[in-house]
Design a binder for this molecule. Structure first.
Ligand SMILES: Cc1ncc(COP(=O)(O)O)c(C=O)c1O
Length: 399
């Protein structure tokens, strides 16, 4: 069954503005039920989590529901879902905590393909611990990350491999499962940046072999916060910094300060919304998986049209051509600065921003420096008209 895109679009008040949004990789638009859940929770009568008053119980239920929702979204254990301000913050926290056990001679592997949020926290934590950082490159032309680039760096002292499930710059989807198998064989942990994959495909953290998997609900219709999942037993073995009166229980141990309850209610509403993208029966995990498979199919089809259109324009260069990819592409127009293209498209009601999008290493690696290029990413609410408007806009820039 395919997505009813018109029905989905009707749930997003922001789309009434008539803008064609290709800026989803930076953050998606949010549907009304998510906003309603946030407002309802904030005004329902809420206090800190507890068991005595109804307001306390409400807060407690909100947190439990949100963990269950993220677990259903990712195929994870609800007892191993950690919420934080952002994926960046969560990754810094985990890196600093894990690095307490590292020393000189230990090694960490990062890739040039990753967003800086899955590079710098590891580089800085390794530096502080005296550990060594090994860098995996990728194919500058195709944007592919050959697993050998990573597995060739593994050794008996590799403590952690940080790798992206999908590049937010080029859309590349590396063979995370293959990399994880090799990393586990040498006793290393695998930290997967799932921020850009989660909005575009069904995710199963166990199948990926991810020890840690981080994502950001605001990239898939939700509120602005981050979520990290890991096996509860693994989290039990990790000790970050925390306040003395704070519980040592997992996963709360990693959640510093008071959680944003209203945003967590928004996360639950987000996962319920995703589960309902495709009408169907079964438990929420089943419906989420079916919906995300339909999202992938819809986005793939539109993306083919987009790529074909862009490649057909004389002055346009599309960067990378990864085999397995998300519906995200990076392109340049000969003789035009990326910022100029972005600004021109914006005047036409087409949002396709320019930059390196914090995938700074990747942008430099492929020769685009810090300025990067123009990025266009599809979302489940993107329709054919949006794609045609983008192509017409780029053609106008080229003319
Ligand atoms: C692939 C990827 N990883 C990590 C991040 C950082 O996420 P957050 O804003 O939640 O820190 C982003 C944000 O753009 C991203 O696209």
């Amino acid at each position: 069954m395919s997505l009813d895109v018109a029905r989905i679009r009707a749930a997003f008040p922001a789309l009434d503005h008539g803008i064609a949004h290709f800026d989803g990789p930076g953050g998606s638009q949010a549907p009304q039920p998510v906003a309603d859940a946030i407002a309802r929770t904030l005004t329902a009568g809420i206090s800190n989590r507890g068991t005595v008053t109804a307001a306390e119980q409400r807060a407690d239920a909100v947190v439990r529901d949100a963990r269950a929702a993220v677990a259903d979204l990712l195929g994870a254990d609800a007892g191993g879902v950690v919420f934080g301000r952002s994926m960046t913050q969560l990754t810094y926290d985990v890196a600093r905590a894990l690095a307490k056990g590292w020393g000189p001679g230990d090694e960490v592997v990062v890739t040039r393909l990753d967003h800086d949020a899955n590079i710098r926290p590891w580089v800085q934590a390794a530096e502080a611990a005296g550990a060594t950082v090994r860098w995996a490159g990728f194919d500058r032309t195709t944007g592919e990350l050959d697993p050998v680039e990573v597995t060739g760096l593994l050794g008996g002292r590799t403590r952690l491999v940080a790798v992206t499930a999908a590049s937010n710059l080029l859309g590349t989807r590396p063979d995370v499962a293959g990399i994880a198998t090799a990393a586990h064989a040498v006793g290393a942990l695998v930290y997967v940046d799932g921020v850009h994959l989660t909005p575009h495909a069904p995710v199963d953290v166990a199948a990926l072999g991810a020890d840690f998997f981080a994502c950001s609900p605001y990239k898939f219709f939700g509120p602005h916060l981050g979520a990290l999942v890991a096996r509860p037993a693994l989290l039990e073995s990790v000790h970050g910094d925390k306040l003395l009166p704070q519980t040592d229980a997992v996963p709360e141990r990693f959640e510093l300060g008071t959680l944003p309850y209203e945003l967590l209610a928004g996360v639950t509403a987000t996962v319920d919304f995703i589960a309902g993208l495709l009408p169907g029966a079964g438990d929420r995990r089943t419906r989420v998986t079916a919906s995300m498979a339909a999202v992938e199919e819809h986005e793939d089809r539109l993306f083919d049209r987009l790529l074909e259109g862009l490649r057909g324009l004389d002055r346009v260069t599309v960067h990378g051509s990864p085999g397995r990819h998300t519906p995200t592409t990076l392109f340049s127009v000969a003789g035009k600065a990326p910022q100029e293209v972005y600004e021109k498209l914006a005047t036409l009601g087409v949002n396709a921003p320019a930059g390196s999008f914090y995938a700074l290493e990747a942008s430099r690696w492929i020769g685009l420096g810090d300025a990067g290029a123009v990025r266009a990413g599809l979302a489940p609410y993107t329709n054919q008209d949006d794609v045609d408007r983008l192509l017409a806009g780029v053609a106008e820039v080229c003319a």
